[in-house]
Design a binder for this molecule. Structure first.
Ligand SMILES: Nc1ncnc2c1ncn2[C@@H]1O[C@H](COP(=O)(O)OP(=O)(O)O)[C@@H](O)[C@H]1O
Ligand SMILES: [Mg+2]
Length: 283
């Protein structure tokens, strides 16, 4: 099957800075793929290249088998972009923001009306359609930003750190919305520096570090590379963690350590363990 997104050896230099040093990956149709990495890893650069906002120094990219750099209009039509920085027009109403987007994408007024209503109801913003964006909370603005990107029915949605800076309740609500969008058949590339966000949402995750993908797999497989159970140990040296394939092995070790007077806790391996293992630094 042709991948929805295929990226081959993408390189981006800004003068002497190398933002991307040759990354490659594929996203299957309907998949939610996460690029996880700290600030400066190259996440936004990847999305800007795939949405036509900047050209790569080298490399190729395809949507459903078609080269996006030689067919920019095709690529623009297929992609929806939720940028990292909210770029809604604050003085216009919710409705007007959707209308303008629809017009920019050449949609008819009738279709815009239909689609905007459907999306506003979907995102729980229908009652707020006549309000200026300035009057909306941060979480509402983020939802509006997401549905605006869906107005022209893109087949691939690019979400650049969609929940950054939001409180946990609002973040959960957005996670639900993102899952629902995927369930309706949209392919999603999401970037985040929140490990738990990638673990919760993504079918597959690429760990991005300084413009390179250092690991790429399902969260389950990335975690299983370490083991099932972790034993955290605090002593004079600080915190260290050991990994075990079974709960029994972990418990035996924990008993031994606590008999030796160490402070230990047993828990399941999580994606943060895998991230630390593959990147050797903290997000
Ligand atoms: N327009 C630009 N000019 C110069 N350097 C840039 C520009 N955009 C990004 N960079 C640099 O490229 C690297 C990757 O940035 P970015 O893709 O924004 O990372 P992320 O989104 O993962 O935080 C960083 O070192 C950043 O400073
Ligand atoms: Mg970024």
């Amino acid at each position: 099957m042709t991948a929805a997104v295929r990226v081959e050896g993408l390189v981006k230099h800004y003068g002497k800075i190398s933002a991307l040093s040759g990354i490659s990956f594929e996203i299957a149709e309907g998949e939610l793929f996460a690029l996880l990495g700290p600030n400066g890893a190259g996440k936004t650069t990847t999305i800007r290249i795939l949405t036509g906002l900047t050209r790569p120094t080298a490399g190729r990219a395809f949507f459903f088998g078609r080269d996006i750099f030689s067919s920019p209009l095709y690529a623009r039509r297929l992609a929806g972009l939720v940028p990292q920085a909210t770029n809604l027009d604050l003085e216009l109403t919710v409705w007007e923001n959707l209308l303008i987007h629809g017009l920019l994408f050449g949609m008819s007024r009738g279709r815009i009306r239909e689609r905007a209503e459907e999306l506003l109801r979907f995102a729980g913003l229908w009652e707020r359609r006549g309000d200026r964006v300035r009057a909306l909370s941060g979480g509402m603005r983020r939802r509006l930003l997401i549905i605006r990107a869906l107005m022209h029915e893109p087949r691939i949605l690019f979400l650049d750190e969609p929940t950054v800076g939001l409180d946990p309740h609002i973040r959960r609500r957005l996670w639900g919305l993102i899952k629902q969008i995927q369930a309706r058949g949209t392919t999603i590339l999401l970037t985040t520096h929140y490990i738990e966000e990638a673990e919760f949402l993504a079918d597959r995750v690429a760990f991005l570090e300084q413009g390179r993908i250092v690991a790429l797999d399902t969260p389950q497989n990335l975690m299983a590379a370490l083991g099932e159970v972790a034993v955290d140990l605090v002593d004079d040296e600080g915190l260290s963690t050991r990994y075990f394939r079974t709960r029994e092995e972990a418990e035996r070790e924990a008993v031994k350590l606590s008999r030796a007077g160490k402070s230990v806790t047993i828990r399941r391996v999580n994606l943060e363990d895998a991230f630390l293992h593959f990147t050797g630094r903290r997000v």
